[in-house]
Design a protein around this ligand. Structure first.
Ligand SMILES: N[C@@H](CCC(=O)N[C@@H](CS)C(=O)NCC(=O)O)C(=O)O
Length: 213
């Protein structure tokens, strides 16, 4: 099995954490987006929409981190690991909702900042983009106000995907008065054994973004 990506990318780190949580061995092939390595004919054959991560498993190429993480649990997770993507329809639907929340809200608001940095010729990042990130923290806080994890009482791939995004957005700090439950979740997640593979890439990315703030 091969994972293509680079560790500054939040979705790639979500897959790295899931692979580690499941104790799966794999090969990591660096595809550096900043060097446009995702636009080569070979990469476009694997993923025509030219995003990382891509997972190669046998003859299959699987794209989108959320899909990759749920695929990995279902195909390679032990019986105990299945709780990361519960089989119960309602529990799974809540996990899916949070995965789509990461895909459509957290990651999009993160990407609005990086897109500005890369396309605006270094002009100031508009305040609305930071406000949108704070609002996405508010949404997370409502999920975590009723449950210890983002999709319920137990850890799931939704926590892993959301964590990869939130650690990439810490150039906008969580507010202890406004987001106490999110801060507590954030701290707890960092103690989990698989978290180590998220650390370096997220720090390099956040330090890079901070230069523009
Ligand atoms: N929803 C996708 C988003 C992937 C994504 O946008 N990755 C960025 C890197 S963080 C990328 O590959 N950008 C290059 C491009 O869109 O051309 C996922 O979760 O895998």
């Amino acid at each position: 099995m091969i994972l293509y990506g680079f560790d500054r990318s939040p979705p790639v780190r979500a897959c790295l954490m899931t692979l580690k949580a499941l104790d799966i061995s794999f090969e990591f092939k660096n595809v550096h987006v900043m060097n446009r390595e995702h636009l080569t004919p070979e990469f476009l054959k694997m993923n025509p929409i030219h995003t990382v991560p891509v997972l190669e498993d046998g003859e299959h190429f699987i794209t989108d981190s959320h899909v990759i993480c749920t695929y990995l649990v279902q195909k390679y997770g032990s019986e105990k690991d299945q709780s990361l993507y519960p089989k119960d329809l309602i529990e799974r639907t809540v996990v899916d909702q949070r995965l789509f929340f990461d895909l459509g809200v957290l990651f999009v608001r993160f990407k609005a900042v990086t897109a500005h940095i890369f396309t605006s010729n270094k002009t100031e990042i508009p305040k609305e983009k930071f406000d949108a990130i704070i609002e996405s923290y508010d949404f997370l806080e409502t999920f975590l106000d009723v449950n210890k994890f983002v999709a319920g009482k137990i850890l799931t791939v939704a926590d892993i995907c959301c964590m990869a995004s939130v650690t990439s957005m810490t150039f906008v700090p969580l507010d202890p008065c406004r987001h106490p439950k999110t801060i507590s979740w954030f701290e707890r997640m960092q103690y989990l054994p698989f978290y180590s593979v998220n650390r370096t890439g997220s720090k390099v990315l956040v330090d890079f973004i901070k230069q523009f703030i």
